[in-house]
Design a protein around this ligand. Structure first.
Ligand SMILES: [Zn+2]
Length: 217
């Protein structure tokens, strides 16, 4: 895999987010590891206008992008992309969306319980919701990391969703799954509090999921 091919994959992922309806305007962002840093979508560029050259590379120990003269303008959420890739060796790609149904749930700052066995695809018996913090802040990144402990997706209160994976294809797949699960949960809530699957069953499904889901070719 060359750097250019990886940049193209990020562009394709951002376009696919739009096609799947999980990207709202310029709100979504995508990153993946490259060398001793990561490639990330730029700030404020709609998916249709993205080009491989506009993807920004940042070193993993970056503190402020202004320190890099040629870095370009990374997504304002570069902090949580950096912190997730730095602290989660199992994650090689991160996808962030403001997809509508999952965000509606996050507005209530509610974890998504085990209403469906597919919740286990995120690694546990719920998808946690991180407390609110201002976008782009270190506090938001800290909250997200805590909500992602042992999991590969979380909600962000009054904000959106983070999904991570061993590659871009897997992270995108999971981000879309979280949105589908949120739609199902919100519909089920209309008939009352949805019953949930027992913890033992969810643990068993988590084990079965360890090798499930698409890989990026
Ligand atoms: Zn956001």
């Amino acid at each position: 895999m060359t750097e250019h091919a990886l940049r193209e994959q990020i562009v394709d992922t951002a376009r696919e987010m739009e096609r799947l309806g999980i990207n709202q305007g310029t709100s979504g962002n995508v990153s993946t590891r490259w060398l001793d840093g990561f490639l990330i979508t730029p700030s404020g560029v709609p998916a249709a206008k993205l080009q491989a050259e506009s993807i920004v590379w940042l070193p993993m120990d970056i503190q402020e992008p202004s320190a890099l003269i040629d870095a370009g303008r990374p997504s304002s959420e570069w902090r949580f992309h950096r912190d997730i890739l730095q602290s989660r060796p199992d994650a090689h790609a991160v996808v962030h969306t403001h997809s509508t149904a999952a965000t509606a749930l996050a507005i209530h700052a509610r974890d998504m319980p085990a209403h469906h066995y597919m919740v286990a695809a995120a690694g546990g018996n719920s998808i946690r919701c991180a407390p609110y913090a201002t976008f782009g802040s270190q506090a938001l990144s800290d909250h997200a990391l805590a909500a992602l402990a042992g999991r590969s997706a979380c909600l962000l209160a009054h904000h959106g969703v983070i999904a991570l994976g061993r590659d871009l294809g897997r992270a995108l797949w999971l981000a879309h799954e979280v949105e589908v699960l949120a739609k199902q949960y919100l519909l089920a809530c209309q008939l009352g509090t949805p019953p949930v699957l027992p913890d033992e069953e969810m643990q068993m499904v988590v084990e079965k999921f360890r090798n499930y889901g698409p890989r990026t070719p």
